[in-house]
Design a protein around this ligand. Structure first.
Ligand code: AMP
Length: 387
């Protein structure tokens, strides 16, 4: 049980953030602007949030000294990524309020539990089967009988731990190469497009959803988010309603990302949930009345939620490591700065390895199409100059 959470106003609170990645960094920046202090618990991992936090605990998540000092410093706590041991979450929540709750985070942490939750609440989702070995994979492949994706149950994001199967592979060989104790086999969805909805839910169960974003991926990593999504208003309304139902069913407090596939027959299927700010909500920093990071702080502290109104169409372009000329040399920013409505956000990461997320740019425009066109042209300049 979490202790009751009194309403705290800045500057009389210290928000403890478990995790120190770029989401923690942007959360800490939003907190700074609002006069709220933050303590970042990095887990001992490289942490872009450190340089903007008020206090840092740079120790692993299972270190008792770290837990002690986090609980002593933070007034209220939240997470900036979901792959945190359940024991750590419970140990924090036993002493200070943690939002979202450990139970809600645990549901989103594991693909098996996530699917079970969606089934239990009659929420539309992709068909999947839990697999734990070569034999169960063989049975699942027979049942799905067609193209599918094998995904690790834990620690999966940005397409990591995923393999697409045609359906005619040898299950024993596939399982041997699959480096995880458990997974899910999910039917391949021939989708029209991908959407996501960011929804905030406060202490009283009031919700505020942002306009759905239309997401395109490159090498399984989010490439661009286009807002508003170019879908029928009825589809946008249905996605929003489903995201609000998910938040309610999780008894959620904080900001939640719900990702969807829109099938070619017009059905919306929940792909996955993120119990934190999400990459597809980064446009809210420049294009909405309240950013997803401020919204998270408001929900966690106990302030009323802010308006989610979209002030302008926008396209968020992820700045991945492959835009960098080499590990230490960023792309030529001059085309970005020549665009008077491109907002640059860099995460302060020192080395651009592979397709690491180094930052993002929000392109503001009078239409979503125009914002996308400008994002695509920046991308083309940077990728072409490296090849
Ligand atoms: P995930 O980590 O589950 O969000 O997957 C990353 C990306 O892989 C998704 O955003 C999709 O573009 C693609 N993907 C994942 N699962 C499926 C599926 N069942 N059918 C088609 N594409 C998928």
């Amino acid at each position: 049980m979490q202790p009751p959470q009194p309403l705290i106003h800045p500057p009389h609170c210290v928000v403890g953030v478990i995790g120190g990645g770029q989401l923690g960094r942007m959360l800490a920046l939003a907190a700074r602007r609002m006069g709220i202090r933050t303590v970042i618990w990095t887990g001992g991992l490289e942490a872009p949030a450190v340089e903007v936090a008020d206090e840092v605990i740079d120790l692993p998540f299972d270190d008792p000294r770290a837990l002690e000092s986090f609980r002593a410093t933070a007034t209220v706590a939240t997470v900036e990524f979901e792959n945190i041991p359940r024991a750590t979450l419970e140990a924090v929540a036993g002493h200070i309020a943690l939002h979202p709750s450990p139970a809600a985070i645990a549901t989103c942490q594991n693909r098996g539990r996530e699917k079970q939750f969606l089934r239990d609440h009659d929420l539309p989702h992709t068909r999947s089967i839990h697999v734990t070995g070569g034999d169960s994979l063989a049975a699942a492949m027979r049942e799905i009988n067609g193209p599918a994706v094998l995904k690790t149950a834990d620690f999966g994001y940005d397409g990591k731990g995923q393999r697409k199967l045609r359906g005619d592979e040898d299950p024993a060989v596939v399982w041997r190469a699959f480096d995880a104790p458990a997974g899910i086999l999910e039917a391949w969805v021939d989708f029209e497009l991908e959407l996501s909805v960011m929804v905030a839910r406060d202490a009283n169960g009031r919700t505020a959803a942002y306009d759905p974003a239309e997401n395109r991926h490159r090498h399984h990593i989010l490439d661009v988010s286009i807002v508003p999504a170019r879908v029928d208003p009825a589809v946008a309304a249905e996605a929003t309603a489903i995201a609000i139902r998910v938040a309610g069913a999780l008894d959620y407090r904080g900001i939640l990302g719900v990702e969807f596939f829109l099938t070619r027959s017009g059905r919306l299927l929940v792909n996955e949930m993120a119990p934190r700010p999400h990459n597809s909500g980064h446009h809210t920093l420049d294009a909405c009345a309240t950013s997803q990071f401020e919204q998270q702080l408001r929900a966690v502290i106990g302030l009323p939620l802010g308006s989610t109104r979209l002030l302008t169409p926008a396209c968020m372009l992820n700045l991945l490591g492959d835009f960098w000329r080499d590990e230490k040399t960023p792309p030529d920013w001059s085309p970005l700065f020549a665009d008077g409505e491109a907002c640059l956000h860099l995460y302060g990461k020192r080395r651009a390895i592979g397709r690491r997320k180094m930052g993002h740019a929000n392109l503001l425009a009078t239409t979503a199409r125009e914002a996308l066109t400008r994002a695509e042209s920046l991308k083309e300049i940077w990728l072409c100059s490296n090849h």
